[in-house]
Design a protein around this ligand. Structure first.
Ligand SMILES: *Cc1c(COP(=O)(O)O)cnc(C)c1O
Length: 342
């Protein structure tokens, strides 16, 4: 199977399995797992923050961040196409009493600066209190679009003028950094907290890291505990995360190249709508621009030929490149597509 449904399907590398087998472990709730401590320190360094907290998932990273920044009745400004708004079960509202203010994402993953500013509440007993602005980089539903450091800085300016905090859902922030050729810190220096995933393109089996100041992470540990996300000898899985940070970051460039190859091939096919110039990282959204076939039918026809993609809402489908997918696999997938569309 050529599985292009997501970069979450990546399997641990042999080096990861080796590191997991030999990981030194302890009870992390006592702060005594040396492997987790090492991963957290490394992750914080890569994000340019003072501290890090290992969490089981990106969703829990974002949720612990929101619970730490905001109290009940506070409002978070976030994109209406953001993963946190659309795809995290409304957790911050359900569990934290945090009110979402969803502002339209532009196709490039940004939120218009004037719209952010206009969404910030005045002081008035009728209103929830705005506390936090959340951004996402790269932007998943906006096709892996990346936010530039200049944009991050501009949003920081707004946050500072209004005394707000900023959180970055950086599930794929290393994809953005590699695509831009800058260290990830260029994309995180303007936010108070950032979550990134080890379990996507970086290929570790489990986990994300939330990074921020010492005080922030101290508080976030309480939120993680409350959610049941404090683990014990989890150095076993964190060991793979260390290998991911050491060995798998620069490799993401290969996924961007294969995604580009896929996008260019798709764009040349009649019945497919896609501008390959919009593909900046590893995610390729394309549209099935014909009425005689649904995205579900197309994906089924591909499955029969050993190629998996994800049908999404409307006429859209998503393909994501990752560790284990090479140019030859892309060419095989493209010929399967040509056949399925014929
Ligand atoms: C995958 C993803 C998450 C959540 O990560 P999980 O580990 O699946 O919970 C959050 N934000 C974005 C943008 C993602 O793509």
């Amino acid at each position: 199977m050529i599985d292009l449904r997501s970069d979450t399907v990546t399997l641990p590398t042999p080096r990861m399995r080796e590191a997991m087998a030999h990981a030194e472990v302890g009870d992390d709730v006592y702060g005594e797992d040396p492997t987790i401590n090492r991963l957290e320190t490394m992750a914080a360094g890569r994000m340019g923050k003072a501290a890090g907290m290992y969490v089981p998932s990106g969703t829990m990273g974002n949720l612990t961040a929101l619970l730490t920044h905001c109290g009940r009745g506070h409002e978070v400004i976030l994109g209406d196409q953001s993963h946190t708004y659309l795809l995290e079960a409304g957790s911050y509202a359900a569990l934290g009493g945090i009110h979402p203010r969803a502002v339209p994402n532009q196709p490039d993953g940004t939120i218009n600066l004037d719209h952010i500013e206009a969404a910030i509440r005045a002081e008035d007993p009728h209103f929830p209190r705005t506390r936090l602005i959340c951004l996402e980089n790269t932007h998943n539903v906006c096709g892996g679009a990346l936010l530039h450091p200049e944009y991050m800085a501009a949003v920081r300016g707004i946050a500072e003028r209004h005394g707000l905090a900023m959180h970055l859902d950086g599930a794929r922030v290393f994809n953005a950094a590699v695509a831009l050729g800058v260290p990830a810190t260029e994309l995180t220096k303007d936010v108070d907290s950032v979550t990134f995933c080890l379990s996507k393109g970086l290929s570790a089996p489990v986990g994300s890291v939330l990074c921020g100041s010492e005080d922030f992470i101290y508080e976030a540990r309480r939120a993680r505990k409350a959610l049941g996300g404090s683990m014990r000898q989890a150095g076993i899985i964190a060991a793979a995360g260390i290998v991911a940070l050491e060995e798998m970051v620069d490799r993401l460039a290969e996924d961007h190249a294969t995604a580009k190859r896929l996008a260019e091939g798709l764009a040349s096919m009649p019945g497919i709508g896609l501008d390959p110039d919009t593909v900046e990282t590893d995610i390729v959204f394309f549209e099935l621009a014909r009425d005689d076939m649904t995205p579900d039918e197309l994906s089924e026809a591909l499955r029969e030929q050993g190629v998996l993609v994800s049908p999404k809402s409307g006429r859209r489908l998503r393909a994501v490149t990752h560790y284990g997918i090479d140019a030859e696999d892309i060419d095989t997938a493209l010929s399967a597509l040509r056949q399925a569309l014929a």
